[in-house]
Write a protein that binds this ligand. Sequence first.
Ligand SMILES: Cc1cc2nc3c(=O)[nH]c(=O)nc-3n(C[C@H](O)[C@H](O)[C@H](O)COP(=O)(O)OP(=O)(O)OC[C@H]3O[C@@H](n4cnc5c(N)ncnc54)[C@H](O)[C@@H]3O)c2cc1C
Length: 411
Amino acid sequence: MNKRTFVIVGASLAGAKAAEELRERGFDGRVVLIGAEPERPYERPPLTKDYLRGESEREKAYVHPQGWYAEHEIDLETGVTVRELDARGSRVVLDDGGELAYDSLLLTTGAEPRRLSVPGADLEGIYYLRTLADCDALRARLQDGAHVVVVGAGWIGSEFAASARQRGLEVTVIDPLALPNQRIFGERVGAFYRDVHVQHGVEMLLGRGVEAFEGDRAVARVRTSEGAEVDCDFAVVGVGAVPRTGLARTAGLSVDNGVVVDERLVTSVPNIFAAGDVVSAWHPFYERSIRVEHWANALNQGPAAARSMLGEDVSYERTPYFFSDQYDVGMEYSGYAERWDDVVFRGDPDGGDGFVAFWLGGGRVLAGMNVNVWDVNEHVQELIRERRVVDPRALADPGTPLDSLLALSER
Ligand SMILES: Cc1cc2nc3c(=O)[nH]c(=O)nc-3n(C[C@H](O)[C@H](O)[C@H](O)COP(=O)(O)OP(=O)(O)OC[C@H]3O[C@@H](n4cnc5c(N)ncnc54)[C@H](O)[C@@H]3O)c2cc1C
């Protein structure tokens, strides 16, 4: 009775955790996990941090030990790309022409780096950073004294810049925005991160874009929109990621900045589910669809999709959460805020002892970020979820425990 076939396309964090959840919940049908990369599923955060710097073993990045998939009777097919999804016929076509029928399908195809299309963009020595293979190629270039230009001061660019500086490279960061991650951080937190990089010796060329890459065969310099020329040995581009929606789109699934799913993580076709970076998911708390490109989302949404595939009553409404490490600055960001009225600080960003920033809208906490302050994230998330009006003075006062604010504030 239970011998159904569940196919997971994308041997990613979300895909691997979904497979694990299926087995943990007692699903005894066939589970096939298909991945285009030659690797078994791994986590990407080390690729801008310890693994990139050569400080951790490759093994640490993998989601499960080598033998785990066979032990759990999960058919892991690596180096295999699903070429076509036939949603009506409930089957997928593989790149070798093989076909696989499924009862339920999970798409965890993730995202891929947005490409820069300026003159010279196809020169050698211009790197993107998404996969272990990308990271291995970059690891080999982290030689003391080399000069790298990093295009983009978002998460990937900022973390790569920090790791490259830590390995002794000369680093120049170029970004058209005036401050790193300005749309998420706003002015003061953006300025904090700019200053962290400057203090570590990074040249921050902000408020200007890249006009062209120049060089004979390999990139040798980058021309900015202001006409400046920055010499380099190589360049890394981190200008955002786009969801891999090609399969879903050609199969006729609803796609709108990601594969559209409801709070149960079901697509517009009832036996096709999706999770991770690729989805634009209805979020009951925000009462809108959001696409979240964070590790924690892949980690939790994969298993939630698996439960939904098993017919459980799922409503995925976790608060978005992200972490980042740059030099000795660690942070956790929770929430979702595209606009805000005010940013309140608990602690002084310039003081060196860490701080918590709260983005407020209508007097309520929309998002919070703890920087080198630990064990507060849970309370920050509670404040967001409770949606209560908070007293900004109490929020800013380190003497007022964050959990006590829940009791003090009004709905
Ligand atoms: C370098 C780097 C550092 C990061 N650091 C952090 C961090 O510090 N904190 C944080 O919160 N988040 C971080 N992230 C984000 C986090 O890693 C992603 O949110 C997470 O990887 C998303 O996982 P996913 O399962 O959705 O898919 P992905 O990781 O994108 O994987 C999707 C997989 O599907 C495969 N695939 C796609 N199409 C097909 C197909 N047709 N057939 C077969 N296989 C297919 C792809 O090859 C890929 O392996 C980082 C990301 C990167 C790239």
